[in-house]
Design a protein. Sequence first.
Length: 493
Amino acid sequence: MAGDASGVLYEAVPYPGNPFPQTHPDRLATLAQLYGLRPAPPSACRLLEIGCGDGGNLLPMACTAPGSQFVGVDISPRAIARARGRAQAAGIENVTFEERSLADWQPPAGAFDYVVAHGVYSWVPDAVREALMALCARALSDHGVAYISYNTLPGGHVRDILRNLLKAHVDEAAPPAEQLAAARELLDVLRQAWAYDAELHTLVSLATKMREDSDALLFHDTLSPVNRRMYFEEFLAHAGRHGLQYLAEANFWEMQVGWLPQGLRDGVLATEDRLRREQLLDELRMRTFRQTLLCRAGHELAETPQLERLESLAVSANAQAGVPDDQGRVAFTGANGSNLTTDHVAVIRGLERVIAAWPASLPIADLLPADADLEQRLILTEALLRCYSAALASLHSEPAAFGTSAAERPRVTPMARLQAAEGPLVANLRHEPTTLDDPARLLVTLLDGTRDRAALVAALTESFGGSVASSELPGWVEASLAELARSALLAPS
């Protein structure tokens, strides 16, 4: 999005699009509701993605929200052509793609409920960065939310050590393939040279990670002509000049302090100013990257999420419940290792219902007993907010249903079938990237809702050409459908 030069670079080294769950309107709407806004529902909203690439993030959203309208803009003709082709192939009609430069495009005022700019802000010249923030301010509806990701300081200083060395020794006029080869060769040299000193371990680890980055990431991030890192306060000042204010981080758990030792945790929490506290967390974490949500400055936001707001949301949890101990306490453990232990009966029963419903989300109000008083409601919502803070559970602005493996004619979305035909990465119905092996990919391409078990087995038998015993296929199909259902890939019948 940085102008003609940027367009040429992305034509030379395409950046394949992926689904980013943190950019989904459900995530943005949930956080907006928690802090006091009245955002548009994800099922009936207008979303603009700046720097949409080949539609890898936008198309799965559009496919699962037919009542919403989606627009993607990008400066790369190649990316836009591919995005349009994929939309046509998948039959997705509620999305449009435009080849645009931010420097010369102004959408109608208030035209979008959500604006997403992932991987743009730090990597464009100052004038385009200014145009991006101005566009967000112009395009957002009154209670709209803008998502902008960017590289931050002070953690970015460490990455700049390697970037500056690479930029000094890699000829940016050389063809991209030569630049990438030279960069990886230099990173190998640096890793070997720095191994003598244990104090350089962080740089060695970072050089190793950069060495293993994909061509697209290494070329467009580390070797990018522009890579602007800034302090959180500087970013907020820029937003403020355009009438925008800080709402939250797209990953709610990144705003928490539970990872700190108790003494430091208390000190951070004693910092009353919310924005100063966020800057302090950047310094303690040495954060290198933020995914910040902005809204219009005229709204009075809550300092912290209010528990009563949770009752209008839904919750899901990919977790396990332990066996009650001799005091009736149950430990719940999330897929990421986070945990919550409680002896409160309503909380235990509520979380057990949520876990059993996975991957579906349940309205939080439905988890409350009909005769629940204020104290009981607050206990449950406080427990759910703690789960959300630790990423043990997810909150949602709307409940969502998913397909089950018991469906007579199971199906996935047209976009999932298209992605499975293209490669191993598929977006599930939670907008999360899911990697499939080749047999599972083949099965997914067949799940258009027209085939029962017998038809699926017949099609697979023909495709496998005798490489798999036909007697094994029915059992494999059942097991695979169960796994696809748990991975949130099967659509409701």
